[in-house]
Write a new protein. Structure first.
Length: 364
């Protein structure tokens, strides 16, 4: 495609916006032409590294640029709703970083606005486009696992609370702790691999044990204390849930920013079917050697470790986003899929608050 036919894209947010820039770098049908962010030095560095010609301090300045077709919104969770609504009002297609919103009620507003504006709304649930996940999805499609009746999804950190005093640890700004931050990824991955069955009931518990003590931060590393002032810790640091699905299967979830456990920073899914099983276990974001498949060979149990090529998950998300804008193809992960995940997270929090199992939709 000739450069003049490329989609012109703006990225709002210069923190995790890096991952979106990497995704667009691998998509020849789109070009990032503008960045917006309050951390001006960080934004200048990214603009130089990714050859982005325009730089703005405020997102509304970027949205006012008439030639920008689409935006990636990579800002704290409490800003997903207002920035998305502003972008759609400005006529831009939107790819928003996970989670779609802090709550299902906010997500529903975003979906409605996208439909009214007749613009694409997608969400960056990028782990479903990892190489190991894509290979396993194809393996499942052959029927090799049979009927998947039980699954586990987890993301556990030994010490990885992302900054006491930052927006991550404030309930109003983040919407929650590791459940909404990390759990949304592994819930999405597990449910996608299972064929997207609908959750029916949830029994959950959340705990806030290490964060309030000022523990669970990896000093000298990525996850550090970010404030010497307001150190209020307002969210959970561990969540667990048992989710019943309309397929008859059950899904166990376990997520923690910090826990006294024999892990570093590890996540994945385990699937058990009536013909075979599989496990993705990713340690410290390893791109390869993460997938194992279980079955029978010659009537005896056998394990294998497929040689999977690494794939950048955000590249898959961006490719789907661009396909939808240019060709009208259904986008996945769509805003509606993102909303379904937030509804499930809402139910997990509600079950934990009530201290009992609830049905999906209970209390809405």
């Amino acid at each position: 495609m000739a450069p003049e036919a490329q989609l012109k894209v703006g990225v709002i947010g210069c923190g995790a916006g890096l991952f979106h820039l990497e995704g667009y770098k691998n998509e020849p049908r789109a070009k990032v032409v503008a960045l917006a962010g309050l951390n001006t030095e960080r934004c200048r560095e990214l603009a130089r590294e990714y050859d982005v010609p325009r730089l703005f301090g405020e997102y509304d300045e970027l949205l006012a640029e008439p030639d920008i077709d689409a935006v990636s919104i990579v800002v704290p969770n409490y800003l997903h709703l207002p920035v998305t609504l502003a972008a759609l009002e400005a006529g831009k297609h939107v790819l928003v970083e996970k989670p779609l919103a802090r709550t299902a009620a906010e997500g529903e507003q975003m979906i409605a606005a996208a439909r009214k504006a007749e613009r694409v709304l997608a969400v960056a649930l990028n782990y479903r486009y990892r190489g190991d996940a894509q290979v396993l999805k194809q393996h499942i499609a052959t029927g090799a696992l049979g009927r998947i009746y039980y699954a586990k999804a987890f993301w556990l950190r030994r010490a990885g609370i992302p900054g006491l005093g930052s927006w991550f640890t404030k309930k109003e700004m983040a919407g929650g702790g590791p459940l909404i931050d990390l759990g949304v990824h592994v819930l999405d991955l597990a449910l996608c691999l299972m064929g997207n069955p609908e959750p029916t009931t949830v029994s959950a518990a959340t705990y806030s044990e290490l964060g309030p003590q000022g523990k669970g931060f990896l000093h000298g590393g990525k996850w550090v204390r970010q404030s010497a002032g307001d150190d209020a810790y307002e969210v959970e640091d561990l969540a667990t849930a048992l989710i019943r699905l309309d397929s008859g299967a059950t899904l166990q979830l376990e997520v923690a920013w910090a826990a006294y456990a024999g892990v570093t920073d590890e996540f994945g899914v385990t699937l058990m079917g009536d013909k075979g099983g599989a496990e993705i276990h990713i340690k410290d974001y390893a791109p390869t050697d993460t997938l194992r498949v279980f079955g029978d060979v010659g009537g005896v149990p056998a394990d294998c470790a497929p040689r999977v090529r690494p794939q950048h998950g955000h590249s898959g998300v961006v490719r789907q986003f661009v396909d939808s804008i240019l060709a009208g193809a259904p986008v996945s992960p769509s805003g509606e899929e993102g909303l379904a995940r937030v509804r499930l997270i809402d139910a997990i929090y509600r079950s934990a608050q009530l201290g009992r199992e609830i049905e999906m939709g209970d209390g809405e």
